[in-house]
Design a protein around this ligand. Sequence first.
Ligand SMILES: *Cc1c(COP(=O)(O)O)cnc(C)c1O
Length: 419
Amino acid sequence: MTDKSLPFTQEQLEAIAAEVPTPFHVYDEAAMRKNARTFYAAFAWVPGGFVNYFAVKALPNPHVMAALKQEGMGGDCSSLAELKLCAAVGITGDKIVFTSNDTPAHEFVEAARLGAIINLDDLSHIAYLEKALGGRLPEMLCFRYNPGPLKAGNAIIGKPEEAKYGFTRAQLFEGYRILKEKGVKRFGLHTMVASNELNPDYFVETAQMLFDLVVELHRELGIRFEFLNLGGGIGIPYRPEQTAVDLAQIGARIKAAYEKTIVANDLGPIRIAMECGRMVTGPYGYLVSRVLHKKAIYKNYVGLDACMANLMRPGMYGSYHHITVPGKEAGPRKVYDVTGSLCENNDKFAVDREIADPAIGDLLVIHDTGAHGHSMGFNYNGKLRSAEVLWQGGGQWKLIRRAETYADHFATLDYPGLG
Ligand SMILES: *Cc1c(COP(=O)(O)O)cnc(C)c1O
């Protein structure tokens, strides 16, 4: 079970809404930092230090990234914009992992200029990168492993053979052999094959799989690995009946696997990294909107001033996001479809959901929007991207992104009368 009570009162939200137009996303900084510390404590045993490379795409706001940097996190980037955000907040060098796919040459050039750890997605990218960098390779390189159709017994890992990412097992052996031949000196290995996974066994199995692979790669090629990146994908309890992953338990079980495999084969020390996004910021973000309309036709509807352009997950994946009405937690409840205003019938935040019965004009809060929320937004129907607010506790908050204006929206059109 997960407590879905809000970290702010109705009055505190109304005070923000008096200055920042709804809808907006608000992020709870203290809760995010506390979670980051729990995460790092679970991996404090890692020889040479543990790093979580925050997946920038989850919440690409430099104010949040700067707070996460203070907590020791690096940045996981897959595009030039994400590299620029990292550089702006002072995340550079081996605090960046650049895990892109289908990557244009100039993005590799910028990643190399920043000293990022480059994680290649395919065997053919070795030559592509070498050409992009004017005929040389970085001193350190990493490959992304796609475990494909694993043996029975590894069912937890899902269906990586359907995914476009990474090297096959055979290609990994070939790839590291080529790197060695070309004089690359430092090696990493990465995998990322799940998303929003709440089963802790999955992460322990992924670690064990990489540890075993490192033993075999060492046996066959004589290379030693400097770090292993277990990827992201730790899930969050979107539903109140779900429970967050026990990070301390995962950390302890991965430690046991490390000792049994890496230490026993005398292949340490190997640094361990992860690149979680959702788990780092997801539960600490809230989309705050106002009820504009209610209607009763064949079903009952609550219409908001937020829409799918502010939070795409429910419309796109049918994802559950918890909904509360501040100040009405103890009041009567009723079943509604909660909708936005796009001319798309899947613009619904909830379908047939029993919620506290709101009145027109009430604030309504959609939970767990701190990852893949604002960042997945778009401008369909000319909807403007919302503001983002950082909640600093005790009634203190700061605007960390203003809402778009129509001038922003029309800025790329050169046409009289628009702006
Ligand atoms: C999206 C992504 C992540 C983050 O995934 P979460 O589910 O947010 O933890 C990490 N690494 C890569 C390569 C990704 O594409």
